[in-house]
Design a protein around this ligand. Structure first.
Ligand SMILES: [Ca+2]
Length: 303
């Protein structure tokens, strides 16, 4: 509660300082999960309530403050300094510039849940900090962007995490990104290195996403991939977007039978600022099968 008051205080100060320039927006994500496993309890949850305060201060400076209200944690809190489109600086708390599905804002993700391959970045033993403090240099042209970030990584170590991201948009319907993360964590300064390559194609209402991730946490090698296909049907009432996503994740390449495959099948329904996601998620374990399939109904309102 204290931290919420602190964040609101910061926001109010920023807002009053540049009142005419602050944009307030946000979104609420609420969902109902039905588990196939009868021992699990089907539940309503509210995964995200975000408020976003952003704006410009003259032509050179911009800012964004975005607290997550459900956890009272700050997600984004940064200052942008933009001397030129080719050379910009971002200072503060940022999302690490990495990957495709991970880098996509939650309101633009096409399935109710991210792929297990993407979740390898932070799930389980949490190899990296998703939101981190530091700075990045970035910029670009209409067909390419670059990001070079220096972040705390493990804030208890002198060593800083270094992240590089390159985005290519040779033609409007093609997006390609290559990513690299390196940092050290823990008392024994264990290396955490990740690479990622992804592709997104858009053509006449159809979208194809593909992403491959590969990482090392000390001697532990892990990786995975997913592919997604979506098609948007425009109707007078709403936009209906059927989606299918197939994924594979291996949390330890030197261990057998710990891999999972998954299929997310369902649809997004768009009506104004409301996005409704209805998905059935099927998980298959290479070893002992777990009864973990589920149905997710998720509603997001952007305001
Ligand atoms: Ca394995």
């Amino acid at each position: 509660m204290k931290s919420l008051i602190k964040y609101i205080g910061v926001i109010v100060i920023m807002a009053s300082a540049v009142a005419a320039e602050v944009n307030v927006s946000g979104y609420i994500q609420t969902r109902y999960t039905m588990y196939q496993d009868t021992l699990m309890v089907n539940n309503f949850t509210v995964p995200k309530i975000r408020l976003k305060f952003s704006g410009k201060v003259g032509d050179l400076f911009a800012f964004r403050v975005e607290p997550e209200i459900t956890t009272y944690k700050l997600k984004f809190g940064y200052i942008d300094i933009k001397p030129s489109p080719f050379l910009k600086f971002r200072l503060g708390q940022v999302c690490i510039p990495f990957g495709l599905e991970f880098w996509t804002h939650p309101t633009k993700v096409l399935t109710a849940d991210l792929a297990n391959a993407t979740a390898l970045l932070w799930a389980g033993d949490g190899p990296i900090n998703v939101f981190d403090k530091g700075m990045y240099i970035y910029g670009g042209m209409p067909f390419a962007n670059y990001y070079i970030a220096i972040l705390n990584g493990d804030a208890n170590l002198d060593n800083k995490a270094i992240v590089g991201k390159l985005e290519l948009k040779p033609i409007p319907m093609v997006y390609i990104t290559g990513n690299y993360y390196t940092g050290k964590y823990g008392l024994d300064e264990e290396d955490r290195n990740w690479m990622d390559g992804a592709l997104k194609l858009k053509f006449a209402g159809a979208e194809l996403w593909g992403e491959y991730l590969d990482g090392k946490i000390g001697d532990l090698k892990r990786g995975g991939y997913y592919g997604l296909l979506a098609y948007t049907l425009k109707t007078p009432m709403m936009d209906l977007q059927p989606v299918v996503k197939y994924g594979f994740a291996d949390p330890d390449k030197d261990t057998d039978d710990d891999e999972t495959t998954e299929i997310h099948i369902g649809a997004n329904i768009y009506k104004g600022n409301l996005k409704t996601q209805l998905f059935y998620e099927i998980f298959k374990e290479a070893g002992t099968e777990v009864d973990n399939n589920k149905f997710v109904a998720q509603v997001q309102l952007v305001f």
